[in-house]
Design a protein around this ligand. Structure first.
Ligand code: SF4
Length: 367
């Protein structure tokens, strides 16, 4: 993955609805499905604000929440509306997030007909105890059936999302989950460490964070197991079966490529500016009713801030950063001696161990 490969912007739509709230999740989502019509009319108004400002997109990502929860007519209406008001390049990556309990054969057929060509499946684990611990609404058997359905429906770009670091989950359990995922040869695997966020039910009870050595060991075995299975570890938490399966949309977040996010809590970036929407559907609709952008904040980035972001984002990926951007050569030497980064083709790239320090390495290099 090279930073310069990504030039067209991406479009993200936040669908903030879920059947129930998972106790560890801090994404903005609500369970009042009766508000879907209000959300949809809000999205349509927001589309009109930006329709002439971004040119061509080459990715669309329907995320959430649970985008597959919305009804067939609403989904058709949404996608048609987006394709009517925005331009997309013909080879666009069009992704949708799905949970195993929301997928049916009919829905898959609809997704294919709508041009959706990538599914990101929130499997989380191939162990039923883990799924119970996470209060997920599906079982492993359901996940297995759904993966088979996705393949028979003709989807050739499937991402499986997994979660590790659960209390009671041993490293052997986790490796079995990874092996089960690999058996399906998904084009993409994301492995997120369970971390507990403020204000979530897991914060109040139930969860003991991993100690550093356990965290390290799980991370290193994840990377080793998936690389041995042929996957590219291209970002701290993300693995692709081939370079062409790197999630084009998510890569824009790390490449400083512009993206537009619509819906409550969605974030956007266009050169030198970031903005983010309000985290409340009511407020979102209220602002749009008054023909006002539903923003909660906007930030103009200075050249210095952009440089630091370039380091922070680039060093999360296997593409790394251009060596010429670095002035602190003694920090670079220390980090290469410690085998946390290496230099390849004029770029500074993190090693597997270096990925573990993705948050602190950029700060050392920018001092
Ligand atoms: S289904 Fe996904 S978005 Fe919804 S509450 Fe659970 S983790 Fe969060």
């Amino acid at each position: 993955m090279k930073n310069s490969d990504q030039s067209l912007p991406g479009l993200y739509i936040h669908v903030p609805f879920c059947k129930s709230k998972c106790p560890y999740c801090d994404f903005y989502s609500i369970t009042s499905l009766s508000l879907i019509p209000a959300w949809l009319s809000g999205i349509k108004k927001e589309v009109l604000i930006y329709k002439d400002r971004f040119g061509y997109f080459d990715s669309l990502y329907l995320g959430g929440g649970t985008p597959t929860i919305i009804s067939e007519p609403d989904l058709i209406h949404l996608v048609d509306y987006l394709f009517t008001h925005f331009y997309f390049s013909p080879d666009s990556e069009i992704s949708i997030e799905a949970n195993p309990d929301d997928i049916t054969q009919e829905k898959l057929k609809l997704l294919r007909n709508l041009g959706i060509n990538r599914i990101s499946l929130g499997a989380q684990s191939f162990n039923d105890y883990d799924l119970l611990y996470l209060s997920r609404r599906h079982t492993v058997l359901q996940t297995r059936r759904v993966i088979e359905m996705i393949r028979s429906a003709g989807f050739t770009n499937l991402g499986i999302d997994l979660m590790y670091g659960l209390n009671g989950q041993t490293e052997t359990d986790w490796c079995k989950t990874l092996e089960s995922a690999v058996d399906y040869k998904p084009e993409h695997i994301s492995c997120y460490q369970l971390t507990i966020k403020k204000g979530t039910p897991f914060k109040q009870k139930k969860f003991k964070p991993l100690n550093e050595s356990k965290e390290r060991s799980l991370f290193m075995s994840t990377s080793a197991l998936l690389e041995q299975a042929g996957y590219l570890h291209y970002e701290v938490s993300n693995f692709a079966r081939e370079e062409k399966y790197i999630c084009r949309h998510n890569a824009k977040y790390w490449n400083h490529t512009p993206y537009l996010g619509l819906g409550p809590s969605a974030h956007s970036f266009s050169p030198n500016q970031r903005w983010w929407n309000v985290k409340s559907l009511n407020k979102y609709c209220e602002l749009l009713q008054k023909n006002r952008p539903p923003r909660a904040g906007t930030e103009s980035l200075t050249e210095e801030q952009l440089q630091l972001e370039y380091l922070c984002l680039g060093l999360r990926t296997s593409a790394g950063i251009d060596r010429r951007f670095l002035n602190n050569l003694s920090a670079l030497k220390e980090l290469t001696d410690a085998k946390l980064v290496s230099i390849k083709g004029g770029r500074v790239v993190p090693t597997r161990e270096g990925f573990l320090f993705a948050d602190s390495i950029p700060l050392l290099l920018s001092e």
